[in-house]
Design a protein around this ligand. Structure first.
Ligand code: MTE
Length: 317
């Protein structure tokens, strides 16, 4: 398998200093939260992570952008809403239930997962269907490790995922205007779910996930558009038939089930040939354009193209 092997630099050494200042403040506030002095939303734990081959050498998106420019409609429609409106969300305690076509239906807590899994650092490209992109140092473990705990049956062909529903803590889930039907749901084919690149993320930049990024655990599938990366997962069901996914239910002609990043298949309302790099500098002497060409399967074609051999990717978009 062709993977990049840059010299391993822990993200702590790449993080600009101002983010380290933030980080110290966060650790300090975590102490206060432990003492019950702060809202549960302001909480971050440092993770012990190991290096991994699954890493790209692109420039990292600053942590301040990764954690403030978000899509998480449960907290609102604006990119700034997930950060500013998720302070009441409490991701602990938390359990994930795995059921459906498995021989051992399992419910596991985030604490048990953090204690039992080797947490890897993986620097992945992330391409949103809205034609912007980031490069994020995730911390997590392969989804396959979680699914194996429940022992999928031979009849299982797909995996369905569900986000938590908590109108009391998620302002986008209450009130007169509801942007989407809740819970947010997503799905993968079983072979996609078992692929070694498919990650259950529990952190980013070496710390537990902020609420706005999908605390305490979310899916990351780097060769697919970002909407497949369902956040704050409470339920995983192995199925025989293709699961529903929220954006396909919302606008079936615009968002498919597969959602593989593909510069040759445009969105009906915009081109997918290039992407805006979030956090990229566009000024100064070297003044970049802040854009780059979008790569087939987001640059992961060597690893994943084989999953779709013989498939019409225009029809199965
Ligand atoms: N998961 C839930 N539950 N709700 C959402 O609105 N938005 C999706 C995805 N996961 C979303 C979600 C979209 S459109 C994107 S691009 C990514 O989350 C954004 O992840 P990020 O905010 O961590 O960059």
């Amino acid at each position: 398998m062709a993977v990049y092997r840059p010299p391993h630099i822990p993200s702590s050494e790449i993080t600009p200093k101002k983010h380290w200042l933030n980080r110290r403040q966060i650790i300090a506030s975590a102490g206060l939260a432990g003492a019950g002095l702060l809202a549960p939303g302001v909480f971050a734990e440092t993770l012990n992570t190991v290096e991994t081959d699954y890493t790209v050498k692109d420039d990292l998106t600053p942590k301040s952008d990764v954690t403030s420019y978000n899509n998480f409609y449960e907290f609102g429609l604006q990119k700034s809403d997930p950060k500013s409106k998720s302070g009441d969300f409490n991701p602990r305690p938390w359990t994930v239930e795995i059921d459906g076509l498995v021989s051992k239906p399992t419910t596991v807590s985030i604490e048990d997962l953090l204690a039992s899994q080797t947490i890897e650092e993986r620097i992945y490209r992330m391409r949103c269907v809205e034609a912007w992109s980031m490069v994020i140092p995730w911390n997590g473990f392969p989804l396959s490790a979680l699914l194996k705990m429940a022992e999928p049956l031979g009849s299982a062909k797909y995996v369905a995922f569900e986000t938590v529903v908590r109108p009391d803590e998620m302002p986008g889930q209450r009130g007169f205007f509801q942007s989407l039907d809740w819970p947010y749901v997503e799905g993968l084919r079983l072979d996609e779910a078992m692929h070694p690149l498919t990650l259950m993320a529990v952190g980013l930049y070496g710390e537990t996930l902020p609420n706005q990024n999908g605390a305490p655990l979310r899916l990351v599938v780097p060769w697919k558009y970002g909407f497949k990366g369902i956040k704050s997962i409470v339920k995983i069901t192995l199925t025989e038939t293709q699961p529903k996914n929220t954006w396909n239910l919302q606008a079936p002609n615009e968002y498919g089930f597969y959602a593989n990043v593909n510069p040759n298949v445009d969105h009906p309302r915009w081109s997918q040939k290039s992407e805006r790099i979030i956090g990229a500098s566009t000024g100064g002497f070297f003044g970049g354009s802040g854009r780059k060409d979008t790569l087939m399967f987001n640059g992961y074609a060597d690893e994943v193209a084989g999953l779709y051999a013989g498939m019409d990717l225009k029809r199965n978009f």
